[in-house]
Structures are given as structure tokens and as C-alpha cells.
Design a protein around this ligand. Structure first.
Ligand SMILES: [Ca+2]
Ligand SMILES: [Ca+2]
Ligand SMILES: [Ca+2]
Length: 350
């Protein structure tokens, strides 16, 4: 290398150094700003998640408040004679509980209005006065609208909800413009409410000879922080001894009682299956990956997963494959719209 002693030379040398420095600094700034953007997105994404969990947990505590009131009453009155006349009192209590729970906590408008429930009456009164415009209604909003009506104007056995008026304005919206407010997540999507999410646990329904709750612990891992064990998943929490369903089926098979339209799955939960109230946000991707709570044909009322999820759980539609290759299935499930969903059964992080 030549000795460089003139000031011009030194200047050229310094300038070259400065240019390299400048380029490096620019590079660093570009990299850093990229990282900051990603971090900001991450923070606002997780802030939205936390905000949604807070709303879901508030709704969860209100639901529990309603359930406490519900449990103060016996449920043997007002249920159809076909059940009353043919079953014993302890069985009637189990079935009556479900019958009355559907009336007290409807999750779609058909349930609310077909029987003369208190929430159905409020809904019809709003329709008559023009506060509810049925033509604008979109089915996916119904469960969030009924939850809002229940907490703010409704009651359980005549007892209204306490602390139900403190919801932030950004957690309530009328997304379909039908005049009824909905609970919405931090991404603006209506929440979904499932009273008995039993098809999440048994996507094929109850099969006496081949219980298929096996792979559903994979799904429950995605909707709750603490998934129930398999024994719990195979048991109806209202029928701890697992006997009522069997007795009803025996009576039906002997043609002693005609159960058409009563205690059928869909109207009622799947037999011998765990359930707990589930409120769901479809998460950042706004894909629910469950059938809608108003969907009768696809068992959406019981939170059955969509076909995409079923294809992962049971490739080729064969229920016998449900317990095979669970690790691969779990990996595949994490790629679906189900994985980022947020529910009332999740705990706040940190
Ligand atoms: Ca609506
Ligand atoms: Ca609405
Ligand atoms: Ca989702």
C-alpha cells in the first residue's frame, strides 16, 4: 500500500471510510426498522389477543352467574309428558335440566323464539317495534346478539345479571346492521357461543360400540388451557353415573316412549359426552373453523369442526382412523384456522 501523507489523500481516505460507514449505518437502520415493525405488529397482535381474552373471561363470569341462578331451581316441571310419565324423578331431573337450559341460554334465534322463552319474547318485541330488522340479520351474529341481550336486558328465572353494563364500547358492535348489538373480538368479528360443544369432542356423534373421543384431546388443546382427561370427556357432567341415556334408549327401543323431536342430538347434547359453555373468537385470521351455532344440518349447534378439520382428524372420513398418527395430526391442526382461535376457557398469559 502507498504511503498517503498529503491532506487531499487523507481526505479521500477519510471519505471512503465515511461512505462505507454510511452504507453500514443505512443497512443497520433498515434491518432495525424491519425488526421494530415486526415487534410492533407482534405487540399489537398480542394486545388484541389479551383484550379479547379479557372480554371472554368477563362473559364467562356472567354465564357462571346465570348458571348459579339456574342451579337454584329444580327442572322437573314443564317438560313434556312423554318424559314425565315414563321416567323416574332422578332421570327427569337430568333431562329437565337440559330442556330448561336450552330455554334459558339459547344460542340462535330459532331456539330463542320457537319455544316461548324470555329472551325470545324480548327479541320479538324488538322486531315488532322495529328495533330489530330480521332482513339484515346474518346467522353468524345470532349467538353474540343473544348473549348481549341476555346479559343486558334478559334474566335467568327472572333474576337479571349484575355488573353487565360495564362493557367497553369497542367490545360491542352491530356488524350486520340489524339493530341488535353483538359482542365482538378485538378484530371486530362477532363472538360465537356454544352451550353444549359436544361435537368438538365426538365429531362423529356418540357411537356406543366405538367411543371416539381419542383425537379430540388435540382439538381441546386448542380451545382450553387445561384440557379435560379422557374419562371426563366420555361423561355427561349432568349424568355422572352415565345411566340416563342408556335407560332412555332402552325405553325407546321397546317402543315405550316415542322420542321423536325430543332428546335428539342437536336439540340436545351428544349422549355421554363432556360439555361446558364455550365462547369463541375466530382470532387474528378471522377463520372460525367450527360450524356456526345456528347450523342444524352440520351439528354446528354442538360446535362440530369444519370439514377441513375433520379431514385431518379422519382422513377419508373413516372414524376408525381418528386415533392414528396423532402427532402428525396435531401439527396439521396448527396450520388451520382453528389454531389461533381464542376462547373463554383460556387463561390470561403472564
Ligand atoms: Ca344479527
Ligand atoms: Ca347485529
Ligand atoms: Ca381462527
Amino acid at each position: 500500500m502507498l504511503n498517503c501523507r498529503t491532506s487531499a489523500c487523507r481526505f479521500a481516505d477519510n471519505r471512503a471510510f465515511t461512505l462505507i460507514e454510511l452504507l453500514m449505518a443505512m443497512g443497520i437502520i433498515i434491518i432495525l426498522s424491519g425488526m421494530i415493525l415486526v415487534t410492533i405488529r407482534g405487540i399489537s397482535g398480542s394486545a388484541k389477543k389479551q383484550k379479547t381474552i379479557v372480554l371472554l373471561q368477563k362473559m364467562d363470569s356472567l354465564i357462571k352467574q346465570g348458571l348459579q341462578e339456574f342451579d337454584k331451581h329444580d327442572h322437573i316441571s314443564g317438560i313434556p309428558d312423554v318424559i314425565n310419565n315414563n321416567l323416574e324423578k332422578k332421570d327427569i331431573e337430568v333431562i329437565g335440566r337440559k330442556y330448561h337450559m336450552r330455554l334459558a341460554f339459547p344460542q340462535n334465534f330459532a331456539e330463542a323464539t320457537t319455544v316461548n322463552t324470555s329472551l325470545g319474547k324480548i327479541l320479538l318485541a324488538k322486531q315488532t317495534s322495529g328495533q330489530y330488522i330480521p332482513a339484515s340479520n346474518i346467522p353468524k351474529t345470532e349467538s353474540a346478539e343473544l348473549a348481549y341481550l341476555l346479559f343486558t336486558e334478559g334474566s335467568v328465572y327472572g333474576v337479571p345479571f349484575a355488573d353487565s353494563d360495564s362493557f367497553g364500547t369497542d367490545t360491542i358492535k352491530d356488524t350486520d346492521g340489524d339493530g341488535l348489538m353483538e359482542f365482538v373480538d378485538a378484530w371486530g368479528e362477532p363472538l360465537r357461543f356454544y352451550r353444549w360443544p359436544t361435537r368438538l369432542i365426538r365429531p362423529n356423534g356418540y357411537i356406543e360400540s366405538a367411543p371416539d373421543v381419542g383425537a379430540t384431546d388435540l382439538i381441546w388443546r386448542m380451545v382450553t388451557s387445561t384440557p379435560p382427561d379422557e374419562i371426563t370427556l366420555r361423561r355427561d357432567p349432568d349424568d355422572y353415573t352415565k345411566t340416563v341415556y342408556g335407560r332412555i334408549i332402552k325405553l325407546r327401543d321397546r317402543n315405550i316412549i316415542n322420542l321423536t323431536g325430543f332428546f335428539t342430538e342437536g336439540e340436545f347434547p351428544t349422549a355421554n359426552t363432556y360439555h361446558t359453555f364455550l365462547i369463541v373468537s375466530s382470532g387474528p385470521d378471522q377463520i372460525l373453523a367450527l360450524e356456526e351455532p345456528s347450523n342444524v344440518a352440520e351439528f354446528g349447534r354442538l360446535a362440530r369442526p369444519t370439514q377441513e378439520i375433520l379431514d385431518i382428524l379422519m382422513p377419508g372420513g373413516d372414524p376408525a382412523t381418528i386415533n392414528d398418527n396423532k402427532a402428525d395430526k396435531l401439527e396439521a391442526l396448527y396450520e388451520t384456522g382453528l389454531a389461533d382461535n381464542i376462547t373463554n376457557l383460556m387463561q390470561l398469559e403472564g
